[in-house]
Design a protein around this ligand. Structure first.
Ligand code: DAH
Length: 342
């Protein structure tokens, strides 16, 4: 019968000599491995006469547990010793500041969009998400730009390989989609999203940009409502006391149409480089929804009226933060984002 007491002593003596992880593993296989010395001692049980088994079984079990406990204690001690050695090794200075993980920040377009949403949400506008890939019909025809209409020239278009399927050049086609979803209920929505134009990229224009469209349709909606809404928006977006100027303009889908300027937020209207010495900055286009467009959306223009507007959030961000080149927005230079400090 194996002498468990001396076996245990032997195990512990050898364990004390295992000075590193490799030696410890060799010891573990020798003692606690599947065919190791502990298992051999356990296997001995089967060879004993019945009356000796209970006593031996108990002893061999205690032996196994003691060897295992010794192993775990040694493994822990070696691990701690190794960590202590690394901490005191030359070249390691635990007082040095850690490396900060790079934290992302909000893109100025996202930030501006969220500000716009909050202002219009407070005035009862819901966000309506329309599609980025549109048809010629929705992007132009239903908005009163028939094929060959000269106003199409202002919106050079990305075509796809599918006939008449295009990338939307403005968010206005969402007006038709929103109206068709809700007519004949009154609606008040903003439609934010990406637009694409096949244009030369310059400081003032990008191929991809955002727009936020606004649309309100109901009974007795007037140009006065449009003005009030836009004045309230401008005062919240650019600060109280803003002056707005409505200039006659033309869009095929509104009648009458206007372009809206605010007094220059940089010079207060005195005239500077940003406002090109006019004292005014253009911020959006707007107008009363054209009767044909109302009809295309499913409303009877004799009973309903509406207003619409469209603005470019990048342009608004540029005015608010004095950014002089729209290309910074999508050229992926984090220094630009850092400058804004958000
Ligand atoms: N869709 C026009 C553009 O991209 C902007 C616009 C003007 C939208 C007047 C409107 C509007 O809703 O009423 O140039």
């Amino acid at each position: 019968m194996p002498d468990l007491t001396s076996l245990q002593q032997q195990a512990e003596t050898e364990l004390a000599q295992a000075a590193d992880a490799e030696a410890l593993e060799t010891w573990r296989i020798r003692w606690l491995g599947r065919k190791g010395l502990v298992q051999q001692a356990i296997d001995h049980l089967a060879t004993l006469p019945r009356e000796e088994r209970a006593a031996y079984g108990k002893a061999v079990n205690a032996f196994k547990q003691a060897v295992q406990a010794a192993y775990e204690a040694r493994a822990q001690a070696l691990k701690e010793a190794q960590l202590a050695a690394e901490l005191t090794a030359e070249g390691f200075d635990p007082t040095l500041p850690g490396r900060r993980p790079a934290v992302g920040r909000m893109h100025p377009t996202t930030r501006t969009l969220r500000d716009i949403y909050a202002i219009f949400a407070a005035m009862g506008f819901q966000i309506y998400t329309a599609r980025d890939v549109e048809t010629d019909e929705f992007n132009f025809q239903l908005l009163n730009f028939p094929k060959g209409h000269p106003a199409r020239e202002m919106q050079d278009t990305f075509y796809t390989t599918v006939p008449d399927v295009i990338l939307r050049t403005h968010t206005s086609p969402g007006q038709i989609r929103a109206m068709r979803d809700y007519a004949p209920e009154p609606i008040r929505v903003i439609l934010p999203g990406r637009c694409h134009r096949y244009e030369q990229v310059t400081a003032r224009s990008e191929m991809m940009f955002y727009q936020v469209e606004g649309l309100a349709v109901g009974r007795n909606v007037t140009f006065g409502d449009l003005k009030g809404t836009l004045v309230a928006f401008a005062n919240q977006m650019f600060g109280e006391g803003r002056k707005l100027r409505f200039r006659c303009s033309h869009f095929p889908f509104t009648e009458p149409s206007a372009e809206v300027d605010i007094d220059c937020i940089i010079c207060g209207g005195k005239g500077c480089r940003v406002c090109k010495y006019t004292g005014w900055l253009e911020i959006l286009g707007c107008g009363m929804v054209h009767p044909t467009v109302l009809r295309n959306g499913g409303y009877d223009p004799d009973r309903f009226s509406g207003y619409a507007f469209g603005m470019g959030p990048e342009r608004i961000a540029m005015l608010r933060h004095g950014i002089d080149d729209i290309r910074y927005f999508y050229s992926n230079d984090v220094r630009f984002l850092r400058q804004l400090g958000w």
